[in-house]
Design a protein around this ligand. Sequence first.
Ligand code: CA
Ligand code: CA
Length: 113
Amino acid sequence: MANLKITLCEGRVAAADLFNSDPYVAVTVAETRVQSPIEEDTTSLQWNWEYVFENITPDHRVRFHVYDSDTPDPDDDLGYFQTTVARFLNGKEGAKQTIHVGDSTLVVVGTWV
Ligand SMILES: [Ca+2]
Ligand SMILES: [Ca+2]
């Protein structure tokens, strides 16, 4: 067991409104799901948002689920990427990596802390 820090650095998200989106990402590691802040009216993101998940093993799953906020309507589901922590970190622990989720790309870092 260890603690895993996930950082959302930046991204480009598909336009799910007329020209832009109001994107946010739900990150799930093991059974813990947390959401990034919503960035309004943009497709180009500079989050630098991070969260530390506790008591994680390499066999746990990690999922990045991208949404466009449409309050008060239901949010648009822009797809997700899921793998194991071991595969996610393989050769990339502590380094930026690019994840493709449908028509969106996220630059993220996973680090044992
Ligand atoms: Ca929308
Ligand atoms: Ca929206």
